[in-house]
Design a protein around this ligand. Structure first.
Ligand code: GCB
Ligand code: CA
Length: 855
């Protein structure tokens, strides 16, 4: 098809008229159809020569449905790495006679990361980049009435020219978003402009009093005749009533594309879109010839305006609004990135319910259903392309980055929820040694910035920086490129202390008073199995995560120059190389990978939501041992709360910064907690239960050697903190031993937080238990010596050798867990004395558990 220069063709003056909807309600249905092709695929996990050809037999291939990834399992198993390479998908397509004369397209919402699409053996198109949609015209390759083969080769190999080349998330391979067939009349709204809707909607003037809408688009005439069509744009308001109808006539030259642009008359008192009131309009674009509808597409429209201000943050519709936000990755436990729309939408609903008004789609463009939900629910969006941690200096890298940016903007720009286009994240994370890399990065940023400003000057632009290269971001000039600077800050997690956060921000604001700042990430691990009365930085305890957020929030809220913030992260997400207490998972979520709320999510709900919130924050720690008196926290937005323990009031206390706590004296067994606020119709209550057992679980005492954390293991056994020795029936004689730990995956066990913390040296554990026979479980792992014979030790119980010259490498292997159960007798009231005895190098132990044998 020959391409004419894009032009505006109007008959006489542009006919822009406002008419009532019903006068234009065309009876005909649009010939455009969209058919899901998610089902009935064959999949081969690897390279398959000639797989695009129909004479290849795929009977032995796997039957799969889209969304699909081949990395859902190997990103969470004990084998390091996951398969990055090729995968083939095949499917039959059939079209009956009604498709004759139509244009037919294949439309993929996303596939990671290179897609080669073949129809009947011929390449229809290639798409590079894992997070944007693509659409190919396959009409001329199809046999209408016959059988057709659609074959897609996907490749998620690491390619240094394709962002992201690095990142703390999994680059799962596959066709992991919905796929469609589009069929249109030969005259249609363009479908192949970067897989966008072909329509651009703007509101050049908008206020509470009046607004004008500008609608532009491109119509393709794929027929051999000049066509005389009418473009009708109908605006339907949130009340489902027609707000305006724009009509213009356009002359379409044969085999050419023609652009149009319409501007509405002023629309009086438009319903404004905001997080509190996400009033959404729909624009339906109809192409008509005489009375016949040739094509129809719909787009969202929201009337809102905003600006960033370096001193006073962010303003929406003329009012200051703190962006109270969070970040989200698209993957889910068990599914990888093959997330169905239903779960995307559920995530956005969770975010809305927790009271957030802002979401950063880190670190890549997300599913269409995410943006639709954000428009509908009222969540302001920062969307970005995946340049993460570093660039690769090459022309191809730059080209790919630019096309990703263009695609993201074109595909999503009509969503009123979007306020920011981002294009780099922590791009100096490994601080470049070579100044050329710094220069190339800044040059690329300038080019990307220009693309944003020319493609869509109505949104702000942003880059997210990290603390490690903080000076370089400023001295290199990168900090002056975007309109908003994002800081990803982890004071009190990776470095420094909580209070240094505010100091850092104040210093930046003082030095760069003209910069708008968002704290685009902040967060800390939280593993629901790991607890501490005295939590420490980096221990992955739920309690440190709570402290972290409780300390951050007032610092962010208290600074009006901070436009907003976004938690890292709303949900735990997959990051294969990580080896903290939940290996392969980044566990900084407010929710687990399978979307269970952690107690800290209620701290945000109490802080941000307008609904009454009252939550006893002990769901994550419902089975406890250790000291009898422990603190129970309640998160609430009420002024005062009363707490009852097994029916007795512990008093009413006033809530400070959405938090209040009581010391509770636990009794063995069941402890019922009841929190109450308000009275009468305004009474709100919450109930939770703690099972307490000072001697830990069911007559057995477990000790988490070398750790101040209390852990519940996979079998439900409690491993008490070693650090808080009390009258709990056991004690530790440290001798020369000391705690050591690893932050790597322990192979073969889900009980990483027990094994990862160890005591090394000739320690003695004394269990003050009554006379009788006992079973003793000893847990070990070797994380230091790789060779057999390098560490050898024995274990005695009451001076009797229960493990003789054990060698963990020989018994289990490097980083492989080892659990040994032995028996011993306590007699003469002396309890059990368990000693580690060195033979070669120092002995080591991860956990020790003593259980009476019932006879
Ligand atoms: C960051 C990155 C993000 C990581 C996060 C973390 O700054 O932008 O991708 O996942 O830190 O958890 O370390
Ligand atoms: Ca341990």
């Amino acid at each position: 098809m020959k391409r004419l220069p894009e032009k505006l063709l109007f008959y006489g003056t542009a006919l822009v008229v406002c008419l009532m909807l019903d006068q234009h309600a065309a009876a005909q249905k649009t010939p455009r159809v969209r058919i899901s092709i998610n089902d009935a695929w064959k999949f081969f996990p690897g390279e398959a020569a000639g797989a695009e050809r129909s004479d290849i037999n795929d009977a032995g291939w796997q039957d799969v449905k889209i969304p699909h990834t081949w990395n859902a399992e190997d990103t969470v198993d004990d084998e390091p790495g996951y398969r990055r390479g090729a995968g083939w998908y095949r499917r039959e397509l059939k079209f009956d006679a009604s498709f004759r004369g139509k244009r037919i397209f294949v439309f993929f919402e996303g596939a990671n990361q290179i897609a080669d699409v073949f129809v009947n053996g011929t390449l229809a198109g290639r798409h590079v980049g894992g997070y944007t949609a693509f659409c190919f015209d396959v009409t001329d390759l199809l046999r209408i009435g016959g059988r057709n083969l659609l074959a897609v080769r996907i490749d998620n190999s690491h390619v240094k020219d394709i962002p992201p080349i690095d990142g703390d998330f999994n680059m799962y391979g596959g066709i992991y978003r919905d796929a469609w067939i589009l069929a249109t009349d030969s005259v249609h709204v363009k479908t192949t402009d970067a897989a966008s809707s072909g329509i651009v909607i703007r509101t050049p003037r908008v206020s509470a009093e009046t607004a004008t809408v500008e609608i532009a688009g491109t119509i393709v005439n794929h027929s051999a005749k000049t066509r005389d069509v009418e473009i009708v744009n109908r605006l339907v308001g949130p009340d489902r009533r027609s707000a305006a109808t724009l009509v213009s006539k356009v002359l379409l030259e044969p085999n050419a594309e023609t652009s149009f642009k319409q501007t509405s008359k002023p629309i009086r008192k438009p319903a404004l879109w905001s997080p509190d009131n996400p009033d959404l309009y729909t624009v339906t674009t109809t192409v008509r010839e005489d009375r016949r509808v040739l094509d129809e597409v719909s787009n969202p429209l929201g009337f809102r305006w905003f600006r960033f201000d370096p001193e006073n943050g962010f303003f929406l519709n003329g009012r200051q609004l703190k962006l109270r936000g969070t970040n989200r990755h698209q993957d889910h436990a068990g599914l990888g990135n093959a997330t169905p729309d239903r779960l995307h939408v559920a995530d956005l609903e969770t975010i809305k319910n927790d009271g957030f008004n802002f979401l950063r789609l880190a670190h890549y463009p997300q599913d269409p259903s995410v943006l639709e939900a954000a428009d509908r629910l009222g969540i302001l969006i920062w969307e970005e392309i995946p340049i993460v941690n570093q660039i690769h200096v090459s022309a191809k890298f730059n080209e790919n980055a630019k096309s990703m940016l263009r695609e993201m903007i074109r595909q999503h720009r009509n969503h009123p929820s979007i306020i920011i286009w981002g294009y780099m994240n922590e791009v100096f994370l490994p601080v470049p040694k070579d100044h050329e890399v710094v220069r190339a990065t800044v040059d690329l940023a300038r080019e990307l910035e220009t693309i944003c400003r020319t493609q869509d000057p109505t949104r702000a632009t942003a880059i997210a920086f990290d603390w490690g290269a903080r000076d370089l971001y400023n001295t290199s000039g990168l900090g002056d490129v975007p309109q908003v600077v994002g800081w990803n800050l982890y004071h009190g997690w990776y470095y420094e202390t909580f209070d240094d956060l505010g100091k850092f921000l104040d210093d930046q604001h003082r030095r760069f008073p003209n910069r708008s700042i968002i704290v685009s990430e902040y967060g800390a691990n939280g593993d629901r199995r790991v607890h501490a009365i005295a939590p420490r930085r980096f221990d992955s305890s739920i309690e440190w995560q709570q402290k972290f957020h409780e300390a951050y929030l007032p610092q962010l809220e208290g600074r009006s120059f901070i436009a907003g913030s976004a938690i890292w992260n709303q949900f735990d997400f997959g990051s294969e190389f990580r080896g903290e207490t939940i290996p392969h998972i980044n566990q900084k979520g407010m929710y687990t990978f399978d979307r269970q709320p952690k107690d800290v999510s209620f701290f945000y709900r109490a802080s941000y939501s307008n609904e009454p919130v009252l939550h006893i924050a002990t769901r994550d720690w419902s089975r406890r041992s250790g000291p009898r008196s422990q603190s129970i926290v309640v998160y609430s937005n009420a002024a005062r709360v009363e707490l009852f323990h097994n029916g007795a009031s512990l008093g009413t206390r006033s809530v400070q910064k959405n938090k209040v706590s009581w010391p509770v004296n636990f009794v063995d067994g069941r402890n019922l907690l009841l929190a109450v606020t308000g009275s009468g119709a305004r009474r709100v209550s919450d109930q939770a239960e703690v099972h307490f057992d000072q001697r830990a679980t069911a007559g057995s005492i477990g000790v988490n050697s070398g750790s101040h954390t209390e852990v519940v293991d996979d079998a439900g056994m409690i491993w008490q903190a070693e650090a808080t020795v009390e009258t709990r029936g056991w004690s530790l004689v440290e001798k020369d031993s000391k705690p050591v730990e690893t932050r790597r995956n322990i192979l073969g066990t889900p009980d990483d937080p027990v094994y990862q913390t160890m005591r090394e040296g000739e320690a003695e554990y004394h269990f003050d238990v009554p006379d009788g026979p006992y079973e003793i479980e000893l847990r070990f792992v070797e994380t230091k010596f790789m060779g057999s014979g390098e560490r050898v030790f024995s274990v005695t119980a009451n001076e009797r050798r229960v493990l003789d010259r054990i060698d963990l490498i020989k018994e289990a292997g490097f980083f492989k867990y080892l659990s040994r159960t032995v028996t011993a007798n306590a007699s003469g009231g002396a309890g059990l004395r368990i000693n580690l005895i060195a033979v070669k190098n120092l002995p080591i132990i991860s956990g020790i558990r003593v259980k009476r044998i019932d006879r």
